[in-house]
Every structure is written in C-alpha cells, then in structure tokens.
Design a protein around this ligand. Structure first.
Ligand SMILES: Nc1ncnc2c1ncn2[C@@H]1O[C@H](COP(=O)(O)OP(=O)(O)OP(=O)(O)O)[C@@H](O)[C@H]1O
Ligand SMILES: [Mg+2]
Length: 570
C-alpha cells in the first residue's frame, strides 16, 4: 500500500513539476518569442492526472490519503486540545500562584500594620508615661518651690521680728540714755544752782548740804531695806551686815540722786539691787530677787493676770502629764536626782507659756523666764549672758525651772536654711554645752510653735516633749465658761457700778454649747480674747448688763473676724 501511495504521489509531483517547468520555459520563450503559453506542459500534466485516474488503486489511495489527512487533523486537534488543556492548567497554576502571593502579601500587610499599630501604641504609652513623669516632676518642683517660699516667708518673718526686737531695744536704750542725761542735766542744774547759792551764802549752804546728805542716805537705806525685806532668806545677810548695807545705800543714793519718791527713783533703786544680787539681764521674770520685775508690776497700770493650775484647760491626757511632771519636779530636787528637760510645742495661744509659769511657780522651785527673741539682738554678747545665766541658775538652793519661751528664735537648726547669725550660733552652742550633762540645778522647759525648726542636738536633750493642740469642743466649752466668768460674771476688779449677766443659767449653758461648736480651730487665746471682747461690750453699755443679744452679737462678730483672719495669706 505504501508503495502505491508513494508512486501516486511521485506521479502527482512529476505532473506538477512538468507543468511548472513548462510554464517557466514558456514564459522565457514567450519573452523571447513574444507568445507566453506552452500547451505541452499542460498536456503532460493532464496525462499524468489521467494515468492516476486510470490506476485501479487511485480511489483507495485517495481515500487512504484522506483518512491519513483526517487522522493527522485529529491528531493535530488532540494536540491542540492537549496544548489548550496544558495552557489552561498553566493559567490556573499561575492564578493559584498569583492568589497565593496576594494572600501572602495581604497577610504580610496585616502583620506589618499590626506591628505598626503595636509600635504606635507603645510610642503613645511611652509618651504618656513621659508626660506623666514630667507632670510628676513639675508637681514635685511646685511643692519644693512652695516649701522654699514658705521657709523664705518664715525667715523673713523672723528677720522682721528680730528687727522689731532690735528697734525696741534701741528705743529702750535711747530712753535710758535720755533718762540718764536728764538726771545728769538736772544734777548739773542743781549743782549750778547750788554753786550760785553757795557763792551767795557759803555758810548756810554748807549746813544745808550736810543735812540734805544725811536725809538722802536715810531714804536710801529705807528703800533698800524695803526691797531687801521682800527678798527673804537670800538677802538677810545684806540686811544684817551694816557695811554691805551702807555700800548698797551709797550706790542707790548716787544713782537716784534727787529723784526719790518718784517712780523713776524706785526703778533705779530696783535695778541697782538686781545688779547687786547678780540677776542676769536676760531673765525677764524670776522668783529670785528681780526687784525691777516686782517694781514694774507694782507701778504698771494693767494688772498682769495670775493663773493657777485649775485655770489651765487642757485635754485629759496632757493635763495628767502636766500634773505629774509638776509634782515630780520637787521630788527630784528633794532626792537629789538630775532634772528632766521638757519641750512644750503646739500652735500659738494654746497655753504653753502659762503652763510653764504655773509649773514653775507651783513646783516650789525658783523659776526664771526668758525669751528666745531677746537673745538674737545681743549678737556676740549672747554667749557671755547665757553663761552668766547658767552660772546664776546653779546658785539657787531650791533648784530652778529655766523656761525659755519662743525657743526656736535662737535654737534653730544649725544646718537649716534659716539665716543664722554668728552670735546666734555661738549662743546655741553655749546652751548645748551647758545642757550636755544632766543637771541637778535646773530643769529647762522650751516652748515653741515650730518644734521641727529646733536643732536636732537641742531636741536630743529633751526628756519629755508635750504637744499643746488647739482645744477640742469639750475644752472650748470649759474655756468659754471660764473666761466669761473671769471677765464678766465674776469680775470683781471693775470700778464703778458692777456689771452683771442677765441670761438664765439654762440659756447660758445652751449658748456655751453652741459657741463651743462654732469655734472649731480657735486657740485658748482666741477664746479668751472673744470673752474679753464681750467684757468690753458690757463696759461700753449704758447699764453694764450682758444680755443674750449682746453676747450673741459679739460672738458672731468674733467668729466672722476669725474666718477672715484664716483667709489671709499665711
Ligand atoms: N489651755 C488654756 N487654758 C486656759 N487659758 C488658755 C489656754 N491656752 C491659752 N489660754 C489663754 O491664752 C493666753 C495665751 O496663752 P499662752 O501665752 O500660754 O499661749 P502660748 O501657747 O504660749 O502661745 P504662743 O505660742 O503664741 O507663745 C493665756 O494667757 C490664757 O489667757
Ligand atoms: Mg508663749
């Protein structure tokens, strides 16, 4: 079959070639001859085709060729389908890959976004923390600034106080100088007068002078005796010793020349005796000798209030401790044990000073009261004065309660921010030195509003620290009652028509309760002042009678005043 087909194909090809060659030859010969067509070639071709047609296998061969062609076509279609399938699989594959990549990309994006969000969150949190930290620092700085300004204000207050004290001292010194000058001028004037008189009548003057001198001396002796008698035991030997007496009288008569009988003369005499007996000038008040203090009280127009233990209203715990300390002071001396040192601290006007005075007076010991504020203006002299004070306290037979009020004014923290002069530092060191060991001569009581400002070495010497707080409602009620009685109801010292209270006991009691409730934050001093204002209102009234309306009016006014005072910048 194959041979037949190839023969057929050959024949066909031959026919075709013949036609082709002939057409080429004819076209060239046509070109040459100019005719253009060769009918032989066509005939040969037709002959070949006829031969093919006449062949018995021609149809078979044609069928076969057709079949082969079909098969080839189908094969090519199958291949094409295969190719298409492969292509579509490839594109599916590609799609899958693309999708996978997209998914991965989306995942990465999401992860990335998550990380960014996390990072931003961390950043925001860190920023917030930093801002909190800054806020905290700012607050701390504000607190520190406030603290500083408070301390600075306190230091300024202290400085102003010191300046006031200094000015007071300077005025006092100036006054004394002027007094002396006056006395000198007077003496000079008198001397001048006498000289003139003397010139006029020498004999008469001599006789008169002798008489006057005798008189002066007698007066001096009388004054000295009067004041020394009131000193008691300590001064007996001076009284009985004629030589000492004569010396003292001489001293007084010289200083008080020509002014006996006047207040000034008596003051001069008292100072002379104080100096003679060696009372340190720092001491403001003492049970020992202070003639000047007594004379001052004798001649002062306002009577200084005297308090007893029963007049001090304290909370129960504090009251009991004070009682026991007061009692133990005397026992300590009797048994020869060392004295304890105390610190009274608390807000102003809560009874620290009055308690210390009462303890000192009631413990049957000598007492001396000085104020820290008096020490600052002494400058370099403070050390000498303090040493002479401690030397003096050791000479008391009974033992001495040494009360230092406003202690923070000179016992302030050496390392603190408060400005402290050289003199004050030296004074503080002197006190530390003299109180370093336990003493059998004196018990020191310090009082202050600002215990925190005291030097730690001073605090270290304290055996008992007692806090004096502002009174609670119950104590306030007692204080109101006490001072209303003292200043109005039982005030016997009023001259002229007596004053009285026209409120029933029941109403009065109710008023005490309500005022006690309203006076939260008042100190003992505030309440005493309130009742003193009530007293002033009664004095000012026509009939001298305290009515409920008047009482309430004054109290309301004082309450408002207190509120306003509280609102003032501290
Ligand atoms: N607890 C109290 N009991 C009775 N009276 C008091 C009391 N506290 C204060 N007073 C009255 O107030 C006045 C002032 O009291 P005191 O001088 O003792 O106060 P302070 O605590 O020493 O004040 P400061 O700290 O200002 O020196 C007293 O004279 C008294 O009239
Ligand atoms: Mg006081």
């Amino acid at each position: 079959m194959k041979t037949m087909t190839s023969w057929f194909v050959e024949r066909l090809a031959q026919g075709m070639r013949v036609v082709e060659c002939d057409s080429k030859a004819s076209s060239s010969s046509n070109a040459n001859s100019g005719v253009g067509f060769d009918p032989e070639a066509l005939e040969r071709g037709a002959k070949a085709l006829r031969e093919i047609n006449q062949s018995p296998h021609a149809k078979k061969v044609l069928d076969l060729a057709k079949t082969q062609e079909l098969t080839k076509q189908q094969e090519s279609k199958a291949k094409e389908a295969e190719m298409k399938a492969a292509a579509s699989q490839y594109s599916v594959q590609q799609e899958k890959v693309r999708w996978e990549e997209q998914r991965k990309y989306a995942q990465e994006q999401a992860q990335h976004k998550g990380e960014i969000a996390k990072f931003e969150d961390q950043l925001a949190r860190r920023r917030q923390e930093e801002s909190h930290e800054k806020e905290r620092q700012r607050n701390a700085e504000m607190v520190a600034l406030q603290e500083q300004s408070k301390k600075r204000i306190e230091a300024e207050k202290l400085a102003i106080e010191q300046r006031i004290q200094e000015e007071r001292r300077a005025t006092e010194a100036y006054r004394i100088k002027m007094e002396k000058e006056q006395i000198r001028m007077k003496a000079l004037a008198e001397a001048e007068g006498r000289t003139q008189e003397h010139r006029a009548n020498e004999d008469i003057f001599r006789r008169e002078l002798l008489l006057k001198m005798k008189e002066e001396r007698n007066k001096a002796v009388q004054v000295a005796k009067a004041v020394l008698t009131s000193l008691g035991e300590g001064a007996r030997d001076i009284l009985t010793d004629q030589t000492k007496m004569a010396m003292l009288a001489g001293g007084i008569s010289l200083m008080a020349l020509g002014v006996y009988g006047s207040r000034e003369g008596t003051k001069v005499a008292a100072r002379a005796i104080d100096r003679y007996l060696g009372t340190p000038s720092l001491v403001r008040d003492t049970s020992r000798s202070s003639m000047f203090g007594r004379m001052r009280r004798m001649f002062s127009s306002g009577k200084e209030e005297e308090y007893q233990m029963k007049d001090i209203i304290l909370n129960k715990g504090l009251g009991e401790r004070i009682q026991s300390l007061s009692g133990s002071l005397l026992m300590t001396k009797q048994r020869g044990a060392p004295f304890r040192h105390m610190l009274f601290y608390g807000p102003p006007g809560t009874g620290k000073t009055m308690t210390a005075k009462v303890i000192a007076k009631q413990s049957n010991m000598d007492y001396a009261i000085l104020t820290g504020g008096d020490i600052a203006p002494l400058g370099g002299d403070a050390v000498t004065q303090l040493h002479s004070l401690f030397d003096w306290s050791a000479t008391s037979n009974k033992g001495l309660v040494l009360f230092i009020d406003e202690a923070d004014a000179f016992l302030g923290d050496r390392g603190g921010k408060m400005v402290q002069s050289e003199g004050l530092r030296a004074a503080l060191n002197a006190l530390l030195y003299r109180t370093g060991d336990q003493s059998k001569h004196f018990s020191m009581i310090l009082a202050t509003n600002r215990p925190g400002d005291l030097d730690s070495a001073v605090l270290n010497r304290i055996d008992d620290a007692l806090e004096f707080p502002n009174p609670e409602a119950e104590e306030r009620r007692q204080l109101i009652e006490l001072y209303l009685k003292r200043y109005v109801a039982e005030n016997k010292s009023v001259k002229g028509p007596s004053i009285r209270v026209d409120i029933t006991p029941g109403d009065l009691s109710k008023m005490y309760d309500s005022i006690a409730k309203d006076t939260k934050g008042f100190s003992g001093r505030d309440i005493a002042k309130m009742m003193s204002a009530v007293q002033a209102a009664v004095y000012g009234s026509v009939d001298g009678i305290l009515t409920p309306a008047m009482f309430k009016g004054v109290v309301d006014y004082k309450l408002k005043e207190f509120q306003k005072r509280k609102e003032l910048p501290q």
